[in-house]
Design a protein around this ligand. Structure first.
Ligand SMILES: [Zn+2]
Length: 327
């Protein structure tokens, strides 16, 4: 499948219906590009194959978006000249956070993960107790929770809460990934908000080790930022994992030299991860002697803001539909 040939086909579209049919042919769920993705496992070099295919997909998407504007102007001209025109569906754009979430969902689907969901209003048990944070644990002070009904019902403060549901309701082995809105009682300003967004991936299987965790994170960063990305891993403490690890990515703007984005550190903290604590598995009736697992989570807001040149976090959750991020 060559981009040049697809481009000719897109160029030849005269109406929005033609263009939509071409879009479905290549980008639809059962389209030709998705069919190519299914060959990734048998490719000689799956990583290069995947990167190339992702590039093709993005290029085709861009060509179709570009063409849709031309088709629209043809229709407007026809309308002005009194000729019948085919109505074109209004072209909008995804919310930047939705785009980031979908981009990550795609990466994890290809790695064999299911996408999982759970409620946003939760009990103390799922938000804290099952994650190895009992009522007297100091980690609770770090998360200023928003309660619906104190002390038992609250808005989830982290995507690890979704992990509690996953572990409680499914028998291993499983791999699941999930985006989620989370809530904390933060004062709202340019860089903090009481709603923010995280992404988490969880694996529970027999014989899973730290090597699998690091390998999965490496692959995720490389898929998102290209094979050149440099990631380092530091020991961190999180109650729900043991040991805990924090991945830092070398700043993609300054490549380690220091810039305002990385606050002159050269590195950007990308989240937290670790091997699931045996207590967390036991609370879900999973025997830690048989099954092991890892989990990692990352914040999506700052990352989405950096990608889209958005400097104020309030913009992400604001109601101004006319707002478009600077490209
Ligand atoms: Zn930097």
């Amino acid at each position: 499948m060559k981009l040049e040939e697809i481009k000719l086909e897109i160029d030849s579209c005269q109406t929005s219906t033609d263009l939509e049919n071409t879009r479905i042919k290549y980008l639809g769920r059962s389209g030709l590009i998705n069919a190519e993705f299914s060959k990734i496992k048998t490719a000689a070099d799956p990583k290069a194959f995947g990167l190339e295919l992702n590039k093709l997909k993005n290029d085709v998407e861009n060509l179709i978006t570009e063409k849709s504007q031309t088709v629209e102007s043809i229709i407007n001209d026809k309308q002005k000249s009194g000729l019948p025109a085919v109505a074109l569906a209004k072209v909008g754009h995804l919310h930047p956070l939705t785009a980031t979430e979908r981009q990550l969902n795609e990466v994890f689907r290809k790695l064999g993960f299911s996408i999982y969901h759970s409620p946003e209003i939760v009990t103390d048990e799922y938000n804290f107790e099952r994650l190895n944070v009992p009522s007297n644990h100091p980690a609770r002070d770090m998360q200023d929770s928003i309660y619906i009904k104190e002390p038992q019902v609250l808005l989830r403060t982290q995507t690890s809460t979704i992990e509690s549901y996953l572990l409680a309701n499914h028998q291993p082995p499983f791999r699941a990934a999930f985006p989620g809105s989370v809530y904390r009682n933060e004062k709202v300003n340019r860089s903090n908000h009481f709603i923010f967004h995280q992404y988490q991936a969880v694996v529970v299987e027999k014989g899973v080790t730290m090597k699998d965790l690091i390998g999965t994170m490496d692959l995720m960063f490389k898929t998102l930022y290209g094979p050149e990305v440099v990631v380092r891993y530091r020991c961190k403490y999180y109650p729900e994992v043991e040991p805990g690890v924090g991945p830092d990515m070398q700043c993609f703007k300054c490549h380690g030299a220091g810039c305002p984005l990385c606050k002159y550190a050269g590195w950007i903290e990308m989240g937290g991860s670790g091997m699931i604590h045996p207590n967390v598995l036991k609370k879900a009736n999973i025997d830690p002697k048989i099954y092991q697992g890892f989990a990692f989570g990352m914040g999506l807001d700052r990352w989405t803001m950096a990608q889209n040149n958005i400097s104020d976090i309030r913009t992400l959750m604001g109601g101004n539909l006319a707002y478009k991020p600077n490209k």
